[in-house]
Write a protein that binds this ligand. Structure first.
Ligand code: FEO
Length: 393
């Protein structure tokens, strides 16, 4: 794709990656992604903001044909999907200086072996005049690495935010046209890489509140012509109360645990509690992460195998522990054959979750009437907890 004009002398460059289905060999990308690069031409200086993932380098270099001079390359984030083509860009423009935070400088040297003399490091709040346009560099750590910053173009009121406010969507629409679709993709993205750092992200949001931002241009997904849309969504995901929802990741080997899941789901729904159920054999792990953003309760369903939880359930517990959602309650249900330490093993895997554990329901073999009654009681206990804490939305 060729460069596309955003505003006067501000262009989108980069690549739309329609075919990518996995990020970091972990995160599913059902809708592909994009690596957005921005070219800003001031009356005196020209800047390139970030680059592309190395497999897409030729596309960026082709877009840069005809751009005779770049004075500065800005690296807002050292991860290679944005920084990986910096060496080739610096080779094409040997007089260009590379601008980054001091922390990013060290990381870019480590990851890409960029020579130290190429760098100019910027302090938080430092500005750079391009003539009739001015860039302000705002340090915004932990969105989602420690070295990250965002860049505010003062005259045009555009915030270039790199990963912050991004979404993994491959599309030819430069600007957001369908806020519902982007809301879901951005929430998934928040869950997968931002949620563990939400306290620092809240501080970054507070820092940005004093800026007059018309448009947000992230480095993945579409540009937000209405900045408030995505900033309000982030505030809600970070500060909003948990919802009246149970997230129920489960796995079942011989249908006993599945029968327990069905019984619990039905009992919760009867009590007005929403359930998001994920069969871990087939689920999209990104959807599970997204559901964890604002659910009040997690119930893990697992049979006992090799004296502990099924490995898929252990994976879900590991993921939840790493993502650190604000979930308040947790329980475990499942069937066992002759014994084991499923509850102890799972409980030991989630030290980061500040949850109250509601009594698990484990049954021997196929669930009996007594077990179904215990599941009904569990649904009642969860519903009561949600009501007590006013988690009713
Ligand atoms: Fe899009 Fe953290 O890289």
């Amino acid at each position: 794709m060729k460069a596309r004009k955003i505003k006067d002398r501000i262009y989108w460059m980069g690549s739309v990656d329609w075919d990518r289905r996995l990020f970091d060999s972990l995160v599913p990308l059902p809708d592909g992604t994009s690596y957005n690069v921005y070219l800003i031409e001031g009356s005196e200086k020209t800047v390139l903001l970030d680059t592309v993932d190395p497999p897409m380098a030729d596309e960026l270099l082709s877009q840069l044909e005809g751009i005779s001079k770049i004075d500065y390359v800005v690296s807002q984030h050292a991860e290679q999907d944005h920084s990986g083509t910096i060496p080739q860009v610096l080779e094409k423009y040997p007089d260009a200086k590379l601008i980054s935070t001091p922390k990013a400088k060290g990381m870019l040297i480590d990851l890409l072996r960029i020579p130290e003399e190429s760098f100019i490091t910027v302090k938080d709040g430092e500005t750079l005049s391009l003539g009739d346009k001015t860039l302000k560099f705002i340090h915004a750590p932990w969105v989602h690495w420690p070295e990250t910053m965002v860049t505010y173009l003062e005259e045009d009121r555009i915030l270039f935010s790199c990963d912050f406010f991004g979404s993994h969507i491959a599309t030819t629409d430069l600007f957001v046209t369908d806020e519902g679709r982007v809301y879901e993709a951005a929430k998934r993205y928040f869950a997968e890489i931002m949620m563990p750092f939400r306290n620092v992200i809240q501080k970054n949001l507070e820092k940005l509140a004093s800026y007059d931002i018309e448009m947000i241009a992230p480095s993945h997904g579409q540009i937000f012509p209405r900045a408030a849309f995505i900033m309000d969504a982030y505030r809600d995901w970070i500060l909003g109360p948990p919802r009246n929802t149970v997230v129920l990741p489960y796995v079942s080997m011989h249908e006993s645990t599945k029968q327990m899941v069905d019984c619990l789901v039905s009992a919760l729904v009867e009590r007005g509690v929403r359930v998001e159920q994920f069969n871990l054999e087939v689920t999209d792990i990104g959807k599970l992460a997204m559901a964890l953003v604002d659910a009040a309760t997690i119930v893990v369903g697992t049979p006992t195998i090799l004296a502990g939880p099924h490995p898929y359930a252990a994976y879900a517990a590991f993921l939840a522990n790493a993502l650190r959602p604000t979930t308040k309650f947790l329980s475990i249900i499942g069937s066992y054959g002759w014994g084991g330490k499923t509850v102890d093993v799972l409980a030991g895997m989630i030290p980061n979750l500040k949850v109250e554990v509601i009594d698990p329901v484990l049954c021997k073999g196929v669930p009996s009437e007594k077990d179904f009654k215990a599941l009904d009681d569990l649904a009642e206990a969860i519903s009561e907890k949600h009501r007590e804490h006013n988690f009713t939305k």
